[in-house]
Design a protein around this ligand. Structure first.
Ligand SMILES: [Mg+2]
Length: 451
């Protein structure tokens, strides 16, 4: 193959690669303006064998919706100095939520600044940003985030915070440093340096305030400590309905005993779909057959997320604690249950690959294929076997990324916040989520497939 070809040859070579392409607009400053990417042909029929599953984290495997919304609302409260509900009721689920879930953090924060900008108290914004920056510099655990905070401070001429943080770290013997109050002299020099504030600067500062709250909560969850200023922690991070059973099924841990989990599966379907489940008359026979196939040929599974590793590690550790707790009550034989509990004991035992934004870069996250390609590579799935892979996603960009990575059987599992997304890249749209994939599609394995 020639290394340099002309436009005509490129067009010819390109058209041979796929029937459908996607156009991905690149961020400003990136060449070229857009990438034109071939998509794997859609697979809409069941497979003879499933070798691997690639699965998005937030919105598909877990919900951290409560955590993100809380942190965004906290940020708005901080910068508008309305911490009490008596001053402001908070974000409106009907009006605000469609704009703050399912897109990039920058986009979510831009929306909130556009919407609530008129209530911002400029000094509160600056003070909260500087507090957040200091927290990351003295307590932050993710290097990339710390780097971004440093860049922000330098861009806003607030280098004095960097020096102040260094002094605190030198004086402290502990790795965990108690929250510090910024001296008035430091604050006033920064207040003068940061003015006037542009929209972009305001958004950048607000993003740091949001992330500080988000990471402060994650750190508390990780350390099994109470969350500062909050008494509800259970509903912030939870597995999506049916995820535990699906993991156990494709890992070949259920065998004939899947029949005993049908009431749990139908309940999980109803939770997800919000309506009663109905299926074929002989679904039990087909379901058991599928489970036996997985028992003989377990599939590999990867989690693929645009969250950074620090966030994904804590979220998934919490999810696995809940999965293990749930599995303890499953009505299964002792032998099977102990193998399942062992699998759910750590995230590493449950997944064959764990791919996060930290494995790539902000400019190459979904809808680019990179994270999914890395996952397939890490699991050792050869290109010839991409037609034996299933992908699960809840968002438009995620479904495109799966197809762009060469996986044709893409399932969209929308939840109420991503219902407005264009999910046409997916072969199947499952409002009943993963339980629907198991109960109605027999995990996309041909029901006549031999054992
Ligand atoms: Mg998602």
């Amino acid at each position: 193959m020639n290394k340099f070809i002309n436009q005509k040859e490129a067009a010819s070579l390109f058209s041979k690669q796929a029937e459908t392409f996607t156009v991905i607009k690149n961020p400003e400053g990136i060449y070229p303006l857009c990438d034109i990417v071939p998509l794997a042909e859609k697979i809409e029929k069941p497979l003879k064998q499933v070798k691997a599953v690639v699965c998005d984290m937030d919105g598909t495997t877990t919900t951290t919706e409560g955590l993100c919304i809380h942190s965004l609302e906290y940020m708005v409260r901080k910068i508008t100095r309305r911490m009490q509900t008596s001053h402001w009721n908070g974000l409106d689920p009907l009006v605000d939520y469609p704009h703050i879930i399912g897109n990039s953090t920058t986009r979510h924060v831009e929306y909130l600044i556009e919407t609530y900008g008129k209530n911002i108290r400029e000094n509160e914004l600056k003070r909260s940003f500087l507090d957040a920056a200091l927290w990351f510099l003295t307590n932050g655990e993710d290097d990339q985030r710390i780097k971004e905070v440093r860049q922000n401070l330098i861009a806003l001429n607030c280098n004095v915070i960097l020096e102040f943080a260094e002094t605190i770290k030198k004086q402290s013997r502990d790795t965990k440093i108690a929250r510090q109050k910024l001296p008035d002299t430091v604050l006033s020099s920064c207040f003068k340096a940061v003015q006037p504030l542009s929209f972009t600067q305001t958004v950048k500062m607000a993003i740091d305030i949001y992330y500080q709250r988000y990471h402060e909560i994650l750190a508390a969850i990780d350390a099994h400590k109470a969350i500062p200023g909050m008494d509800r922690s259970d509903s912030l991070i939870e597995p999506m309905p049916g995820i535990g059973i699906y993991l156990a099924l494709i890992k070949g841990l259920l065998g004939d005993e899947i029949e005993k989990l049908i009431p749990l599966l139908t309940y999980a379907y109803e939770q997800k779909a919000g309506k009663p489940w109905s299926g074929e008359e002989d679904f039990i026979r087909k379901l058991v057959h599928t489970s036996r196939i997985f028992e003989k040929h377990p599939a590999k599974i990867a989690i693929v997320t645009s969250s950074i590793f620090y966030e994904a590690r804590i979220v998934m550790t919490q999810v696995f604690q809940l999965l293990k707790r749930d599995a303890e009550s499953w009505p299964l034989s002792i032998e099977r249950k102990s193998r399942i509990l062992e699998t759910f004991s750590t995230v590493k035992n449950g997944y064959d690959a764990f791919v996060t934004a930290s494995d790539s870069n902000e400019i190459r996250l979904k809808p680019h294929r990179d994270l999914y390609s890395i996952a397939l590579h890490q699991m050792g799935i050869h290109q010839n076997d991409f037609d034996k892979v299933i992908g699960f996603e809840d968002s438009e960009s995620g479904t495109i990324a799966i197809r762009a990575a060469g996986v044709g059987l893409c399932c969209a599992v929308p939840f109420h916040e991503t219902k407005g997304h264009d999910l046409s890249a997916a072969s199947f749209i499952l409002h009943g989520g993963v339980p629907e994939a198991i109960l109605n599609h027999y995990s996309f394995i041909k029901t006549g497939a031999g054992l």
